[in-house]
Write a protein that binds this ligand. Structure first.
Ligand SMILES: *Cc1c(COP(=O)(O)O)cnc(C)c1O
Length: 360
């Protein structure tokens, strides 16, 4: 095809990195395989959540409630905000895209740590915004001083991912508050708490209190990880009204299906049951971290449902070794490998692969 026959697409698309989704674990005859590449919850849906989904499925000829009223009211009650301060979306990734759309014109800047969540550079590039990536510190934590220094008069959006995907550490509330005090009040700061539920008590921050203290702070949450609804695509943002209203205005109409809305409501109702699973995953995380440390790995402290192996140039080789052993992990070439905490057998397998890789 000659260039003149080709449809003209936006130039900015050339700058968009492709999202590398975790591939499913291919079934094998010799052993059970596990996918620990996408930080999914390994537990199947709760019976009460499945019941809600089954009942709602019978109404799929109807559009969902565009205002997502019932879920928004429930979330508002849970977090002590008003329903007008809640915006929902097709996963928090959907909301991230909308956050860039409502804050950044082409050439405006979005500041975030790196390495952090893969979706950040993608949503920035799609909007034609400039991704300003601030390297993590030597502990694989956000370097919030450097992030504050990276803010310019073109900065419109700052994202703090805590706990950080893919490295695991969380920021402290004190650090975060000191950082926010340095950000101009017309720049939106989004605290991405996708792994909130996995944070141990000593490391927890009260993002809602920070939100209440600062009109330019929003908090992003998801039902994909601790709540185990990754396949249904529903997340939310707690934001002050002008921001929440802009998010609702720019959102894909009817983006959150009725099934997703009802599953999220049923999950909030069943949170005590879900908490037991989250606790079990946290116990497994501690076990894996401890054994890997004993093996000699320098693993950052993780407050999420994954561990980070800082393998540098060996990342791809490790992923290949894991694959041989029936484990699909998430390598980042030249940097490290993220391994989700999964079924106990998957975690045992990971421990074996790590030991064998060191002994190689
Ligand atoms: C998984 C994840 C999300 C949530 O993704 P969904 O679109 O809600 O499934 C958001 N932020 C971070 C940092 C994540 O790791």
């Amino acid at each position: 095809m000659s260039d003149t026959q080709r449809v003209r697409l936006r130039d900015t698309l050339a700058a968009v990195p492709a999202y590398k989704a975790g591939k499913p674990a291919a079934p094998r005859e010799d052993l059970v395989t596990y996918k620990i590449s996408s930080n999914e919850n390994p537990y199947p849906p709760l019976p009460s959540v499945l019941d809600a989904v089954r009942e709602t499925a019978g109404r799929m000829n109807r559009y969902p409630d565009m205002a997502v009223r019932e879920l928004s009211e429930k979330l508002a009650e849970r977090w002590g905000v008003t329903p007008d301060e809640i915006a929902t979306g097709t996963g928090s990734v959907g909301i991230l895209g909308t956050l860039v759309q409502i804050t950044c014109d082409p050439g405006d800047e979005m500041v975030f740590a790196w390495r952090s969540f893969e979706a950040y550079p993608i949503v920035a590039a799609l909007a034609g915004a400039k991704a300003v990536q601030v390297p993590l510190d030597s502990q694989a934590r956000h370097d919030l001083d450097a992030m504050a220094a990276a803010i310019t008069d073109r900065t419109r959006l700052v994202i703090v991912c805590t706990p950080n995907n893919p490295t695991g550490p969380s920021a402290t509330e004190k650090e975060l508050r000191e950082f926010i005090a340095k950000v101009p009040t017309d720049v939106l700061v989004v605290i991405d708490e996708a792994y909130l539920e996995f944070v141990e008590p000593g490391h927890q921050i009260d993002a809602m209190a920070i939100f209440r203290d600062h009109p330019n702070v929003a908090v992003l949450r998801t039902f994909s990880k601790a709540y185990g609804l990754a396949g249904l695509r529903v997340g939310y943002c707690v934001a002050h009204e002008p921001v929440a209203e802009a998010l609702r205005k720019a959102a894909v109409p009817f983006g959150v299906s009725t099934i997703a809305q009802d599953a999220a409501i049923a999950s909030l109702d069943a949170y005590d049951e879900l908490q037991e699973r989250v606790d079990a995953l946290m116990t497994e995380r501690e076990r894996v971290l401890q054994v890997l440390t004993e093996q000699g790995w320098k693993v950052p402290d993780s407050q999420a449902n994954f561990v980070w192996l800082p393998l540098g140039d060996d990342a791809m080789a490790f992923a290949a070794a894991a694959d041989q052993a029936g484990l699909v992990v998430r390598p980042f070439d030249g940097d490290g490998v993220r391994c989700s905490i999964g079924e106990t057998e998957a975690n045992d397998r990971l421990i074996e692969v790590c030991e064998a890789f060191l002994a190689r």
